[in-house]
Design a protein around this ligand. Structure first.
Ligand SMILES: [Zn+2]
Length: 122
């Protein structure tokens, strides 16, 4: 189990990443700006990536939308006390990895496996 302190720190980082992505969307996309209207940044943290996806704002950077989804999954895993365990095999994800990528949901070996599968077109 990770210490609460570490998890709090990661949650803060995750929210920061989310805010930055949303700010970037607002700067880049008129439709998105309209979607969020005059919400404060705090409310924006509640705008779900799914909502954004549903509205098919294709102008948005899909890589960022994907990151946003991962960030949300990570935050919900914090709330479910599952943060820091691999989504696929249940192994502990090392702190160093979480520090580098707070929204990492897979351990390194599962992540590598996923990439290998992708390369093989599975
Ligand atoms: Zn794993």
């Amino acid at each position: 189990m990770l210490e609460k302190e570490f998890i709090d720190e990661m949650e803060e980082k995750l929210l920061e990443i989310k805010e930055n992505i949303i700010k970037q969307f607002m700067a880049e996309d008129e439709d998105f700006k309209q979607l969020v209207g005059d919400m404060s940044i705090k409310d924006l943290a509640d705008v779900a990536a799914d909502d954004i996806g549903k509205r098919q704002l294709e102008a948005l950077n899909q890589h960022e939308v994907k990151t946003l989804r991962l960030v949300e999954s990570a935050i919900s895993r914090i709330h479910n006390q599952k943060y820091g365990t691999c989504l696929s095999c249940g192994a502990k994800i090392p702190k160093e990895r979480l520090n580098a990528i707070p929204y990492a949901l897979l351990c390194i070996s599962c992540k590598n496996g996923e990439e290998k599968n992708r390369r093989q077109g599975i």
